[in-house]
Design a binder for this molecule. Structure first.
Ligand code: SF4
Length: 350
């Protein structure tokens, strides 16, 4: 069975031919899939013989909604979706002035084990297919009844540890008979897999890149982000500079502020030294505390002081709005909670 949400438009045309239909039927089918339709009976311009064939030979299923949390303060919604094999992934819907945004997961679990992150606590289970990533977008639109115009690949998982499927996902989003989404409305966030960053700047020079930096020196980054042992700052920063030079695009550095670790005056001085002169922007994130990690947030006031210091040094910086602070805001928390609850075999999250 072919997962239709996993196919490019050309592949859907091939599928139509396989079903004995002209290629343009594949284009029509592609259009329906990206209008969010999952019932072949609603695809009124497709002949019955084709929809009957599709029912036998293709899948167009939604993910299973396992849990949903809604913020009472800012419209953020968090979803826990079940996959066919019983795994679960988180997706976050956010409302911004410039449009609705969805934050999708690229893997179930994560092998990167960043010290502050709930997603990596139990390691990687498996990578998602492009169709499963697209389903998070389509199903979140259906659940919320809202159109989504921007996508950030910043949920659970390291996108460049699943490069082929992320690349397929972006290509499908670009298809003009489907979402026709502009590169500028897509952001991919990596913890710093240098070969992935280099390949991405060749393959998708117009797509936004964010890099989780979180420490300005390798000794601290080793502690917070084990990926630094394989791709230390001394390799990461030149790869980031090369991205900005090749693409002419500004890179975003994510910097989660952890009290007493990376937020001291000394560390901020080193951060300024590291980034000075680069086409970049620093997104300061007051840490969403996850009880399992034992790390504490620096707080909003300290974040604003650091923002001012960076800007005074010529480095553009913002403090991220803490969306969904009244729900399990940090990446991976809802999934972790659901896992614990199923271990306790007591309550459901929904
Ligand atoms: S922060 Fe991202 S890369 Fe690091 S463990 Fe969490 S999901 Fe993985």
């Amino acid at each position: 069975m072919k997962d239709l949400r996993n196919l490019t438009e050309a592949e859907m045309q091939e599928l139509a031919k396989e079903a004995g239909q002209p290629a343009f039927r594949g284009r029509q089918l592609f259009g329906w899939v990206y209008k969010g339709r999952t019932d072949f009976r609603e695809m009124t311009n497709l002949p019955e013989v084709f929809t009957a064939w599709l029912k036998e030979n293709a899948e167009l299923d939604s993910l299973k909604l396992l849990a949903r949390q809604k913020s009472k303060t800012d419209g953020t919604q968090k979803f826990l979706y079940g996959l066919k094999d019983g795994n679960a992934v988180e997706t976050v819907f956010m409302k911004y002035k410039y449009g609705n945004t969805v934050c999708v997961s690229s893997q179930a679990g994560c092998r990167m084990h960043c010290a502050f992150c709930a997603s990596g606590i139990n390691g990687l289970v498996r990578s998602l297919t492009a169709g499963e990533i697209i389903s998070q977008l389509l199903d979140t639109e259906r659940e919320t009844g809202e159109k989504i115009s921007r996508i950030v690949v910043m949920g659970t998982g390291e996108p460049f540890d699943n490069y082929d499927q992320i690349s397929r996902f972006i290509r499908i989003l670009h298809e003009k008979d489907g979402r026709n989404m502009s590169s500028r409305n897509i952001t991919v966030s990596s913890c710093g897999l240098v070969p992935g960053i280099r390949k991405f700047s060749e393959d998708f020079p117009q797509v936004n890149l964010a890099v989780s930096l979180h420490a300005p020196v390798s000794s601290l980054r080793d502690e917070l982000m084990p990926v630094n042992h394989s791709y230390p700052l001394e390799e990461l920063i030149p790869a980031c500079r090369a991205y900005t030079e090749k693409t002419g695009r500004r890179i975003t550095f994510e910097y989660a502020l952890i009290r007493g670790k990376n937020d001291t005056d000394e560390m901020i001085g080193k951060l300024i030294h590291l980034l000075r002169g680069m086409l970049c922007h620093v997104n300061l994130i007051p840490l969403n505390e996850v009880s399992e990690t034992g790390l504490l947030t620096s707080g909003r006031k300290r974040a604003e002081e650091i923002q001012k210091r960076l800007e005074d040094s010529g480095i553009p910086a913002t403090v991220r709005r803490q969306l969904g602070a009244d729900i399990d805001g940090a990446c991976g928390q809802l999934r972790l909670k659901a896992q614990k609850q199923s271990d306790d075999s007591s309550v459901t999250v929904k």
